[in-house]
Design a protein around this ligand. Sequence first.
Ligand code: NAD
Ligand code: TDX
Length: 349
Amino acid sequence: MKILITGGCGFIGSNLIRHLLTSSSHTVINVDKLTYAGNPNSLADVAEDHRYTLCHVDIADLEAMRGVFAQHGPDAVMHLAAESHVDRSIDGPAAFIQTNVVGTFHLLTAAVDYYRGLASQRAASFRFLHVSTDEVYGTLGATGEFSESTPYDPHSPYSATKAASDHLARAWKTTYDLPVIVTNCSNNFGPYQFPEKLLPLMIIKALGEQSLPVYGKGENIRDWLYVLDHARALCRVLENGRVGQTYNIGGDSQRRNIDLVRSLCSILDELNPRRDGRYEQLIKFVPDRPGHDFRYAIDSTKIRSELGWRPQFDLETSLRQTVHWYLTHRDWWQSILDGNYQLQRLGQV
Ligand code: NAD
Ligand code: TDX
């Protein structure tokens, strides 16, 4: 199968592409605009694979996207390209509207035109998998979980634009018969995550002896899933998910931010002890994120019972593996801190 993946140079996309190339015979066409979050270094180990092609294209460029479909003739689309960071969406929502809403619209338009031109046998198996987030459901109090039928109630510019893109994808199924499936997943962590997100930010700041900024009182709760488990879930949904359905993906691993950061600090104490003191002493409570959702939790009964998926990695073990990865891949994140990865990806050094 030839799979067109958007946003493959980002965190989840790069892990997904590596997983596909190493565990299947599929061919991957990676469409990526290479924003600040897109880093081809994250796929350096598979870049020479003859089953892998990188197209430096913006999903919002309709003509360019038509060209990609015509040239490569994919059997499926996995749409991950997005502006993905909540704090950036608060400071500058325009890019989120442009990529997550307008970009998804143009991608859907190109996909429908291509799909309509397919011979009936290929059209029957074509899929458009739209990858989204649990943040579209809003926030939870002390109890409860999001299910696939929870009403949408997004709070940040990021989640509002992801919600809009989910609605567009579903409308393209209902109105134009594009074989769309939507997934909504909880917080991912693991290798190659851009150091603006909680876990890599904390690890890298700790290693630099900088303070660890915990928002508010650190009592907000997130459900954490190791990125490879998300990649496995997406492949399962692409292969066996029902067209027109939504699947929630979660790790059943809810933690308060402060507890997660403390766990991280004790792993670092063990793997890379400080000269003086413990990493926990670097924690600093800072002003809260505006509109900060209190708690996310996912009921993933549907994907578990219908598709037989469940997470393979438990939080404590994969957290340790993740800290170990950042300790042993300093070049990867140091080039981001230095800004050199942007020169490298543009072929200027
Ligand atoms: P990321 O920010 O690490 O990567 C996004 C990628 O998309 C980058 O490679 C970037 O260059 C590319 N991109 C951005 N705008 C583009 C455009 N206009 N055209 C083409 N490419 C473009 O994001 P991520 O954390 O890997 O998230 C991937 C997807 O999964 C997103 O849709 C996100 O909403 C969703 N998601 C993320 C999480 C999480 O915890 N990270 C959880 C659930 C869902
Ligand atoms: O410095 C920080 N201090 C802090 O306390 C940062 C960056 C975050 N936080 C808190 C805010 C959140 O409660 O940690 C939690 C996690 O923050 P992020 O890593 O920014 O993730 P979140 O806002 O939960 O969104 C993430 O998960 C869902 C991804 O960025 C989204 O793309 C995904 O859809």
